[in-house]
Design a protein around this ligand. Structure first.
Ligand SMILES: Cc1ncc(COP(=O)(O)O)c(C=O)c1O
Length: 332
């Protein structure tokens, strides 16, 4: 694990990627912590850390891929822009732009000598009450901190697919929690849902919104293939509009597939020809069953395989289309 952290307050922290195998690997040598590079074993947080007590933090999961032209960050600027939007909601002051955070991340990856697939975990959070701020839950009057940690991402073959349960836990509505940002406290909902799904013998949970429509999986967006059309719930729903989701919508449209953002019902999933999940951590993952009912051919269907191939090419080809999505890491 490696970490970079910005500080407008006082103290530090480090996290582990949710739902990724990267978490099992040990830390790199360096981290970025509140404005400087530090040995990754060094940072520690006070027990009074506000983000720990109240979930008042925002994080990101970013990946760097080994491409044919060297290590390359994928859509890092978009991830940091999303992080900074979440920080604005939580009144977390990060004294850096998305461009600067990308540069810091490139520096960190170089320092740690990452040449292979890497997972990057920035976390910005509330830290300590400033003088004069009374104890209690608040956003104003509390200092902030930002760290960046990197993990080696083990090469693993693509997963054959996952079995999903429809969760009894509903996704919080966006007027209850800013679900469009990766708010640390909001992941209690994901943890409860994925725990319930695993206890029922499934791999992941699909959560519905208050109206009973499909929102998203515990840490991924949901796509269904219905009558040859690729559909996914609209970004305005109670879900995190994933950067992988956006990448796939773009790539599928460019490849001439029929794609629509529209409400998806649980019945749509059960009658779909194919269902797949999308996330930075796992890319495109076929869903083999929903609520105990088999979906598709028992492996990735043709549209899922196509989407996965398009995504693989986009993330692994250094000189491919959409150069704006890639940031080379190797020293120039
Ligand atoms: C709740 C949730 N939805 C969707 C996603 C997918 O987002 P992205 O493609 O930006 O990784 C994630 C990723 O971690 C997530 O946690």
């Amino acid at each position: 694990m490696t970490t970079a952290r910005h500080e407008t307050g006082r103290d530090p922290d480090a996290g582990a990627p949710e739902g990724t195998t990267a978490a099992v690997l040990g830390p790199g040598a360096w981290a970025y912590d509140r404005g400087r590079f530090v040995p990754s074993a060094g940072p520690s947080l006070p027990l009074s850390t506000q983000g720990l007590h109240y979930g008042t933090g925002v994080f990101e999961g970013i990946r760097a891929y080994r491409t044919d032209t060297g290590l390359s960050l994928f859509r890092a600027h978009d991830h940091y822009a999303r992080l900074l939007r979440g920080c604005r909601v939580l009144r977390i002051d990060v004294p850096a732009t998305a461009e600067e955070l990308v540069r810091i991340t490139v520096d960190l990856l170089r320092r740690n000598g990452h040449g292979d697939d890497t997972y990057i975990r920035p976390v910005a959070h509330k830290l300590s009450l400033l003088p004069g701020t009374p104890p209690g839950v608040s956003l104003a009057g509390v200092s902030d901190a930002l760290s960046v940690t990197t993990f080696g991402f083990p090469a693993g073959g693509p997963t054959r697919g996952v079995r999903c349960a429809i969760s009894s836990w509903r996704r919080p509505a966006r007027d209850a929690l800013p679900v469009q940002a990766k708010i640390t406290g909001g992941y209690v909902n994901s943890a409860l849902a994925s725990d319930e799904a695993r206890a029922a013998g499934c791999d992941d949970a699909i959560l519905l919104d208050r109206a009973g429509r499909v929102a998203e999986a515990s840490t991924a967006n949901v796509f269904a293939v219905l009558g040859g059309r690729v559909v996914t719930p609209p970004a305005t729903g109670d879900l995190l509009p994933g950067i992988t989701r956006d990448t796939l919508l773009t790539l599928c449209r460019e490849a001439g597939l029929d794609v629509a953002e529209r409400p998806v019902s649980p019945a749509d999933l059960l009658t779909a020809d194919e269902v797949f999940l999308s996330s930075t951590g796992h890319g495109v993952v076929p869903v083999l069953a929903v609520s105990g009912r088999d979906i598709g051919p028992g492996t990735a269907g043709p549209v899922t395989a196509r989407a996965a191939a398009l995504y693989d090419t986009a993330t692994r080809t250094g000189g491919g289309a959409h150069p704006e999505w890639r940031t080379p890491v190797a020293a120039g």
